[in-house]
Design a protein around this ligand. Sequence first.
Ligand code: AMP
Ligand code: ZN
Length: 315
Amino acid sequence: MTSDVSQARFLGLCSRCHVKKATVRLSYARVSLCDECFARFVERKVERTLRKYGMIGQGDKLLVALSGGKDSSALLHIIKGLVPDIKLTCLHIDLGVESFSGQCRLKAEELASQEGVELEVVELREFLGCTVSELASRRKKVCSPCGLARRYILNYYGNLRGATKIATGHNLDDVLAVLWDLYVTGNLLEAVKLQPVTKFVHPKALPRIKPLIELTDSELKAYVDIKALPYSPAQCPFGRESKLNKRKRLIDVIESMHPSFKHTLLKTHVKRASPLLSPLLESRTAGWRSCTKCGMPSKGEVCSMCRLKEDLKRG
Ligand code: AMP
Ligand code: ZN
């Protein structure tokens, strides 16, 4: 367990209900909670995040990106609980990574059926002409083409199914680990793109919302375990994760010395740095147009996904 959440046996009584034994200690909030109060705390936090950033409006139809991992499992369960009559459909992308993707797909299917929602499964191979494992045998780095293809497919299916927004399970640790690198390397334009809700750039680029952005990895892990939600704990065996996980561990160390560092950093990024930097971004986003091959949003004549496919065909 990391510093912001610890699960232990002897924490005394729950700081909220004062009746049940506390099972989870939240050091940054200086409280110890029982299972039920902790689950409610997590759900209320998501409710506040949805409201704070105006993530879901009347008439919205969500495409929930269900990876089979803990975060998107929590995301679907919490959204269904908070907004029971919301129109939503789920999409799982089967990446075709042996010993990883099968488990993820199974858990995504299990969860969707448990929650009574529609789930569509798309194979990456249908879009890219190869699986991630095949891609790995041809290229040194697979994470950025895989990420590009996942974003493209989510957006493509979102448009196809009439969704107005895409919801992903990115959490506070995910976002800070990426922001860390972007700020350290001075890539401020990319940093400012990383927001709880993405900005409008093209009619077919559906806004992406991150309702879990104020919850940490360990809070979400504790939540899915308490709720016994189906999820796969497996990590993708290909690269990037280890780099991201190193950043996460580093940020955890800082958090253990400065409780609430993570929430402060996110707040500073969203409320202070981004408003200063966004005019720069707006001048750059004017160049968005439609890909001449597939019609999806593109910065050049042909979008990055169509270029990647061409590249792969050439071998
Ligand atoms: P990751 O980039 O793996 O940390 O995933 C971040 C979020 O992207 C997840 O919480 C999901 O919402 C979404 N996502 C990642 N992989 C998939 C997938 N194979 N199928 C559908 N959604 C995914
Ligand atoms: Zn294209």
